[in-house]
Design a binder for this molecule. Structure first.
Ligand SMILES: CC(C)(COP(=O)(O)OP(=O)(O)OC[C@H]1O[C@@H](n2cnc3c(N)ncnc32)[C@H](O)[C@@H]1OP(=O)(O)O)[C@@H](O)C(=O)NCCC(=O)NCCS
Length: 215
């Protein structure tokens, strides 16, 4: 497919450690073996329901792809979702999404991510969050970024805390059918400015804001 028709597929966010590339079908195919092997399969389960990554194979792979295709097709001023593949050199190692929630009125975003188990605990989770926040605040002019993680998801909560997010209450949600507490976090633009990075590059922004109805 020509990425000209949907500019977010050409978007790249480059940091000194990794790159986020718009999730084309070719890059998603590179992630399929990781999805097949399992991403959130061990307790403490990190994702709230419903979640394709909890399904058994081969339904998991099909539903995972379908959810991304659905997200590409569901773009409204008050809701959109951009999907990025995390690249370490030529190697696809995970996903980092940015979700616009009431962006047209409140300029608010949230994020979602996962890494292949073999790529965790090397500082990549933090780096990809910094990259996606750069797109949100610098690229799109966001006012606030939110994040949620189950109380026992230590790496995700730690990423938010270390990036300057403040606690913002909690919610209940189910994971694999069982209820658990989700910690809520939020990062205001002023707080992001305090640790704003000058070594992150946005490439291919042309046309992206138009697609997302961002003025
Ligand atoms: C969440 C995730 C993307 C974080 O990526 P990561 O590369 O493992 O995290 P980092 O290496 O950048 O570490 C971030 C912080 O968490 C800490 N951390 C990482 N793994 C940890 C663990 N298993 N237990 C405790 N702390 C941990 C690190 O020490 C670091 O803290 P520091 O800044 O104080 O040094 C990754 O763990 C993952 O894919 N998890 C499964 C999916 C998931 O939870 N997604 C988020 C859903 S809300």
């Amino acid at each position: 497919m020509s990425t000209d028709l949907y500019p977010p597929l050409s978007l790249k966010i480059i940091t000194p450690k990794l790159a986020l590339h718009g999730a084309t079908d070719e890059l998603l195919a590179q992630l399929l073996p990781i999805v097949r092997d399992g991403v959130g399969a061990q307790p403490p389960y990190p994702f709230d329901d419903p979640m394709s990554l909890y399904e058994d194979n081969p339904i998991r792979e099909r539903k995972w792809l379908q959810s991304i295709w659905r997200g590409r097709g569901n773009v409204r001023p008050d809701f959109w979702r951009l999907y990025f593949v995390v690249m370490l050199g030529e190697q696809a190692v995970g996903m980092q999404d940015l979700i616009g929630v009431d962006f047209d009125t409140c300029q608010t975003v949230t994020s979602f991510s996962w890494l292949a188990p073999s790529a965790r605990q090397q500082g990549l989770g933090r780096e990809m969050r910094a990259a996606i926040l750069h797109l949100a605040f610098e690229g799109f002019g966001a006012a606030e970024a939110a994040s949620e993680a189950f109380f026992d998801n230590l790496p995700s909560n730690r990423v938010s805390e270390s990036m300057g997010y403040q606690p913002n209450g909690s919610n209940w949600a189910t994971r694999r059918g069982e209820p658990a507490v989700l910690n809520r976090w939020r990062l205001k633009r002023d707080d992001w400015e305090l640790s704003r990075r000058s070594d992150i590059e946005l490439i291919g922004m042309n046309g992206v804001k138009d697609v997302l109805h961002i003025k």
